[in-house]
Design a protein around this ligand. Structure first.
Ligand SMILES: Nc1ncnc2c1ncn2[C@@H]1O[C@H](COP(=O)(O)OP(=O)(O)OP(=O)(O)O)[C@@H](O)[C@H]1O
Ligand SMILES: [Mg+2]
Length: 344
């Protein structure tokens, strides 16, 4: 895991914020380098009003910038350098094969081919790529393509700038989570957010497939509202409370998740028959739902674990461990972003 922090150790600044602006909550993690030794020194979660986003776009950049600035102030976070991410559902990812060639040639080849793959209008997006691995027969490179709409990326930079922060990098969620995962595992991770969930398949610890699925914390709240005839606020409190109050709704959620997980595993295994996925990790605020992990484990034929990004990096010993444990799965993206450190 330490090699994933190498850039942090090598480069200034000595404090870096990971800021995950989701549709339901802003999550902030601060890593400080104390005598060359990085550790988590601050964490903060703040729920967002439900109308902060519309059609996947920030409704009001000034409002969000102001809120972020105030939350940083309230939490006593003074670090100014931040790494943030474009939301998982706004990015396009795809694994494609190219003939083996040099990096510069590949850059040109991707530039020529990118429009074939990316579903956004030409010139309206930023893109990047990474070579995952050469196929054993050495005639092809497996390349992971990523594209994100410029409006989204520019909107995020504006929020950070207006909140008084310097953006070190804008990353993508699967890569941020990757930094917090154990190396070398073949696993699945389901991130249950406020608006949508993402399933990412990791092969040897690297993200190779990402899907967005229509399961979310907000839909779950709406189910609770409908079936228990309560207001949104009451439903939100009920779901964050005891399992017994929401048992039927959790069972429905589990049915939906299991079917999406099976579809993903089947799709993956059509392509990579020889690899078996060993375990499933849960992250995102929705995974804090009580008993969800246990219910999923009953239905799936694999171990299910709540992902703990704080295993990837030392946590300052001033934290209340129970609190840290309770927010851990929701903090995965923010911690992974901060771990990227000063690398530009
Ligand atoms: N203790 C809890 N029990 C159940 N649900 C919870 C709990 N805490 C937070 N949530 C839910 O988690 C969701 C927020 O999770 P998260 O912060 O991962 O979403 P997000 O990143 O803002 O959303 P998205 O990724 O979809 O944009 C909300 O729907 C919230 O109600
Ligand atoms: Mg999220």
């Amino acid at each position: 895991m330490w090699e994933k922090l190498i850039h942090f150790v090598k480069n200034q600044p000595s404090k870096v914020l990971g800021i995950d602006i989701g549709t339901g909550a802003i999550k902030i993690a601060c890593i400080s380098s104390i005598q060359g030794h990085p550790k988590i020194t601050q964490v903060h979660v703040c729920d967002l009003p439900s109308d902060s986003f519309q059609n996947d776009h920030f409704m009001d950049i000034d409002f969000l910038a102001d809120l972020l600035r105030r939350e940083l102030e309230t939490a006593g976070i003074s670090a100014k350098h931040a790494v943030t991410a474009v939301s998982g559902r706004m990015i396009f990812t795809r694994q494609v094969s190219f003939p083996v060639m040099k990096q510069e040639e590949l850059q040109e080849a991707v530039r020529w081919d990118i429009e074939k793959y990316v579903p956004y209008p030409p010139e309206s997006y930023y893109y990047d790529f990474a070579v995952l691995s050469e196929r054993p027969e050495k005639t092809e490179l497996e390349v992971f393509l990523v594209a994100a709409p410029q409006t989204m990326v520019d909107g995020i930079s504006d929020i950070l700038r207006k909140a008084g922060l310097t953006t070190l990098a804008i990353d993508i969620e699967p890569l941020a989570i990757y930094r917090t995962m154990e190396s070398g595992e073949n696993s699945l991770l389901v991130d249950i957010g406020a608006e949508v969930s993402h399933i990412t398949v990791f092969q040897n610890g690297r993200p190779i497939l990402a899907r967005t699925i229509p399961v979310s914390g907000r839909r779950f709240t709406e189910d609770v509202m409908r079936s228990l005839k309560v207001t949104a606020r009451e439903a939100e409190n009920i779901k964050k409370g005891s399992f017994t109050n929401v048992q039927p709704q959790v069972s429905q959620l589990v049915i939906g998740l299991v079917s999406e997980i099976h579809r993903t595993v089947e799709y993956f295994q059509v392509q990579k028959k020889q690899i078996s996925l060993e375990k499933l990790f849960l992250s995102g605020g929705g995974s804090r739902l009580s008993n969800l992990k246990e219910q999923l484990e009953k239905e799936l034929d694999m171990p299910v674990l709540l992902h703990d990004p704080f295993k990837a990096i030392e946590v300052d010993n001033s934290f209340d461990l129970q609190y840290i444990r309770s927010i851990a799965p929701q903090m995965a993206v923010a911690v992974g972003l901060a771990m990227r450190g000063g690398e530009l």
